[in-house]
Design a protein around this ligand. Structure first.
Ligand code: TXA
Ligand code: MG
Length: 339
């Protein structure tokens, strides 16, 4: 398949929307990461997302909408807390899981009786939803298991020849995937941290429960509240090891383990004295920049053919919790604690 490369100009968006309407797959920019979109009402189109990504079929997708009215066609009921959260954080990087309405294809929900919905803020994503007239089911636009793509060039690396088109909307401003919460129970439950932080959720919804899977591997035999959290994820080819400690402790640990193929993934300004090649992913105190750069840094490790990447451990506060959560998974939960 010859993949078309579109800009974010009007004629291109009209052409991309026509492909979506016709049941084709189109990679689209969002403010978080690029998504691989299909018409969420078309089960066969949605099924082809799983093939293109090599995604396990038991991992459900997020449905993207441009207008709150569209929620009524997708969900069985809208709890008051979801209404309140949508008022404040939609459009934006917040996904909410609802009891699903009849008629949402099983391919979207992987057979669950719940459905995940979000309203992106990226103008190109919104325009494509409006122009196509389709709610768009879209996972991140990477091959299953690899780091999510934050620009169109990275999407092309994974998806060229496998999908109908890629729309280039520039670099993603957030850089990590949306916050995922369940609003089905009596309490809001955080399943995946993102740019809408725990503090931001609690300001609107009161106390938020944090699912165990956010910070721990799934216990043997346990069922994942969010199936995506059970897979080794976001992982480059390199073995990633998180190293927790201050700049000096980190440097000494890396240097003590220096060898052929070892690289450091460190914070900006802490490169000095490292005895191995390094990449950086933002300042230690700047989790917003870390989020923007972390997935690109993981991809660059592979380009540099790192065998092992000792990675400075981010502080799990605010959006830093999302960065930490993704790196924990990239590391397969391997953390060295020096403090
Ligand atoms: O920012 C994002 O959310 C991006 C952009 C493209 O919108 N999308 C994204 O999709 O990250 P994906 O498929 O890579 O991650 C969706 C996550 C998975 O962990 C999946 O298991 C979970 O949401 N999920 C989806 N539907 C669910 C449901 N009904 N119940 C529990 N978890 C669900
Ligand atoms: Mg993903």
């Amino acid at each position: 398949m010859q993949t078309k490369h579109y800009t974010d100009q009007k004629e291109d968006l009209i052409a991309a929307a026509a492909l979506l309407r016709a049941g084709e797959l189109v990679a689209i920019p969002t403010e978080t990461v690029y998504g691989l979109a299909a018409d969420a009402r078309n089960g066969a189109a949605v099924a082809s997302i799983f093939t293109a990504k090599g995604r396990p079929s038991d991992n459900p997708l997020i449905v993207h909408i441009a207008d709150k009215c569209e929620l009524n066609t997708l969900v069985a009921e809208i709890p008051a807390v979801a209404e309140a959260l949508a008022e404040v954080y939609w459009p934006g990087p917040l996904t909410m899981i609802f009891n699903k309405a009849e008629g949402v294809p099983n391919e979207v929900t992987a057979g669950l009786d719940t459905v995940a919905v979000r309203m992106p803020s990226h103008p190109v994503a919104r325009r494509l939803i409006e122009l196509s007239g389709c709610p768009l089911a879209a996972p991140s636009a990477n091959r299953s298991g690899s780091p999510s793509p934050t620009d169109a060039h990275r999407v092309a690396e994974d998806m060229d020849g496998r999908i109908a088109a890629i729309v280039d909307g520039g670099a993603c401003s957030v850089g990590v995937e949306s916050t995922v919460i369940s609003v089905c129970g009596d309490r809001v439950r955080l399943l995946r941290p993102g740019a809408v932080t725990v503090e931001m959720l609690e300001a609107v919804a009161g106390a938020v429960e944090i699912d165990e899977a956010v910070l721990k591997p799934l216990r043997d035999g346990a069922t994942a509240a969010s199936p995506g959290m059970k897979y080794k994820h976001y992982a480059p080819e390199a073995r990633v090891v998180l190293v927790r400690g201050d700049a000096a402790a980190y440097r000494d640990y890396v240097n003590a383990n220096a060898a052929e193929g070892v690289m450091a993934l460190c914070f900006d300004g802490e490169e000095q004295g490292l005895a191995v090649p390094y990449l950086t992913y933002g300042h230690r105190d700047d989790a917003v920049t870390q989020a923007q750069q972390v997935f690109e840094a993981l991809r660059l490790l592979d380009e540099r053919q790192a065998a092992v990447a000792y990675t400075a451990c981010p502080s799990p506060e605010g959006i830093g919790l999302a960065v930490y959560n993704r790196l924990l998974r990239a590391a397969g939960f391997e953390v060295v604690i020096l403090d």
